[in-house]
Design a protein around this ligand. Structure first.
Ligand code: HEC
Length: 446
């Protein structure tokens, strides 16, 4: 049987060894960096590329990193966050599983080495003449994809209820609902989410838009699923563009249930979140349908004991051939790591992705690049393994002496992955595999 799981790696270890692997998987930075890197020559270009999307005035991060004067006081903290790969927020193990993504914002080993060395050698400014021109970030609230479709605006904008965040307050989650109001089924080809106002960027930590609707065949999409989120958005992420000939189907009774995480910004700000939808024109409906599936390690029942690391595991059979588009681990405060594997009908197991240093603050979606998104046959099992650390070693753990069960509150736990899955027929699967082979003749195929 022909299967294409690029970048995957056969799992060599059992669950026990993996748990150990989590503890040992501290990043070792071994790449050579310039003798004494300077801000203007070596660091500013990296910050412009990898940090300023969030670390600039009027944006989500607590400080701007655009100039030497702004960055210098944070040098120690920058070294710590960068060396342990918490910043930029991208929490995958770089040595396991697929490594090519459409939305990779992580630093290379080289870049990490350069930043660490810069701090270790005194965080020097360097020659001001070396400083690259400041990046001009858009002032307004433009839509990223509109121009690509030759339009000014998305075809449809759905706005959440307004929310007022006090100057100083605990984090808040707005989970209200908005009907889409469409009257006939629509095929979505791209989605964007943005804060409704420029100031809103400062309080909108992340926003998820869950789509609820009745499926045409009465079943839920992809054969599983409770809610089918349309997309997830975290600050700095531009949106979601479907692959060619692929779309999401929106039904007339659809509703958006929001999950917007607001954080204080030191001043009272009222904002909302806007979801922009771009539709396939009538008569150009895509051949393939993508749905976001909830693929559980555990669902409805968990037993996270005090002062222990708990491992949960779930297997979900794909009843149809599929292209696996993305991976988003979902856990709460004690979530430590999550792995997604594919067990092929041949019995071979491939690690697709492994978030080894999960951070509850960041709902990252890892979107596989076109040429590596796994193509798997009917009968493939998606295996999700989740590790929850209910010990004092977990920084975000509010109380390691508490027993924790499954539930919706942040202090309860969850253990599932949100996975975009495109359903394929057996013939389409073979055709897609042939296309890949033709495009990448030198890649070893299973
Ligand atoms: C996607 C948005 C985003 C990107 C990209 C990003 N950051 Fe951050 N950063 C944040 C946010 C939001 C916070 C505060 C919340 C948190 O700590 O998670 C933060 C916090 C930090 C902190 C901790 C500040 C403190 O209070 O001690 C440091 C240091 C940092 N970032 C450095 C960086 C560096 C360096 C880069 C680029 C190499 C980077 N970040 C890229 C959003 C981002």
């Amino acid at each position: 049987m022909s299967v294409y799981v690029a970048g995957g790696r056969t799992s060599k270890f059992g669950t026990g060894a993996l748990a150990l692997g989590v503890a040992l998987a501290l990043p070792g930075v071994v790449v050579a960096a310039p003798a004494a890197p300077t801000f203007t020559k070596d660091i500013a270009p990296i910050f412009q590329e990898k940090c300023e999307a969030c670390h600039r005035p009027e944006s989500i991060a607590p400080m701007s990193l655009q100039t030497y004067e702004e960055a210098r006081p944070w040098a120690r903290s920058i070294k710590a966050r960068v060396a342990d790969r918490q910043m930029p927020p991208w929490h995958l193990d770089k040595n396991v599983g697929i490594q090519k993504f459409k939305n990779d914002r992580s630093l290379s080993d080289d870049q990490i080495a350069t930043i660490v060395k810069w701090v270790d050698t005194g965080a020097l400014q360097g020659d001001p003449k070396d400083m690259p021109p400041l990046v001009q970030w858009p002032e307004g609230q433009g839509w990223n994809y509109a121009a690509q479709f030759g339009q000014q605006e998305p075809d449809m904008v759905i706005r959440s209820n307004e929310y007022t965040m006090a100057a100083h307050a605990q984090d808040a989650w707005d989970k209200r609902q908005t009907p889409t109001g469409i009257t006939e089924p629509k095929w979505v080809r791209a989605i964007e989410i943005r804060p409704a106002t420029v100031k809103g960027r400062r309080i909108t930590h992340h926003a998820i838009a869950y789509l609820q609707q009745t499926e045409p065949d009465g079943a839920s999409a992809a054969g599983f699923g409770l809610l089918a989120p349309l997309m997830e958005w975290a600050v700095g992420k531009q949106g979601e563009m479907m692959r060619p000939d692929t779309g999401k189907l929106l039904m007339p009774d659809s509703r958006i249930t929001w999950d917007i995480h607001y954080s204080q910004a030191g001043e009272e700000i009222t904002s909302a979140v806007e979801l922009g939808l771009y539709f396939y024109p009538k008569g150009q409906e895509p051949k393939f349908r993508t749905s976001l599936a909830l693929v559980p390690a555990a669902l409805g029942d968990m037993d996270v004991r005090p002062n222990q690391i708990t491992v949960t595991q779930g297997n979900t059979v794909l009843r149809q051939a599929a292209r696996i588009e993305s991976f988003q681990p979902h856990m709460h405060l004690r979530g430590k790591a999550m792995m997604m594997e594919a067990i092929l009908p041949t019995g071979e197991t491939r690690v697709l992705s492994y978030a080894d240093h999960f951070n509850f603050n960041w709902h990252n979606t890892y979107v596989y690049a076109d040429e590596v998104a796994p193509l798997v046959p009917k009968g493939t099992v998606l295996k999700i393994t989740a590790w929850h650390d209910n010990t004092p070693a977990m920084k975000s753990n509010p109380d390691p002496n508490q027993w924790v069960g499954w539930g919706d509150r942040t202090v309860d736990e969850m253990a599932h992955a949100w996975v975009n899955i495109t359903q394929l027929s057996d013939e389409d699967l073979q055709a897609e595999i042939q296309k890949r082979r033709a495009a990448q003749p030198n890649t070893q195929q299973p």
